[in-house]
Design a binder for this molecule. Sequence first.
Ligand SMILES: [Zn+2]
Length: 136
Amino acid sequence: MIPLSDAVLSGYLEESLPADQLIEIEQRLRDDEELRQRISGVIRDQELGIHHIGAIWRRHRLSCPDREDWGRYLLGVLDPETERYHRLHLEQVGCRYCAANFEDLREAHRSQQTDASSSRRRQKYFETSAGRLRNG
Ligand SMILES: [Zn+2]
């Protein structure tokens, strides 16, 4: 873990750190309320103003693929580069917001498939019993 001085945190806010450090800090920010407080302090010190915090969070949220993209990822229809970004975001960044989103989609997808196959089974059953009634 890199030591998080205020200078490093400013670097994070300016996105002037190497990518692996940005990812590490982003990861730690999600789990660490105290660090979130500190970074808010750094932002205030830089006199960016309180409403900028919202803008920064929004920007980071924007780095999240949206729900439709996760749907495509689930179906495996993304191009390899985009798919790699999604996997990295989920497994390396460990974004909980997206993990929850993706898990939700996967559940929906799974139950959709179960519904489809069970209604197919039901239909088949009715067809054969109807056929039996007619012939019998
Ligand atoms: Zn995300």
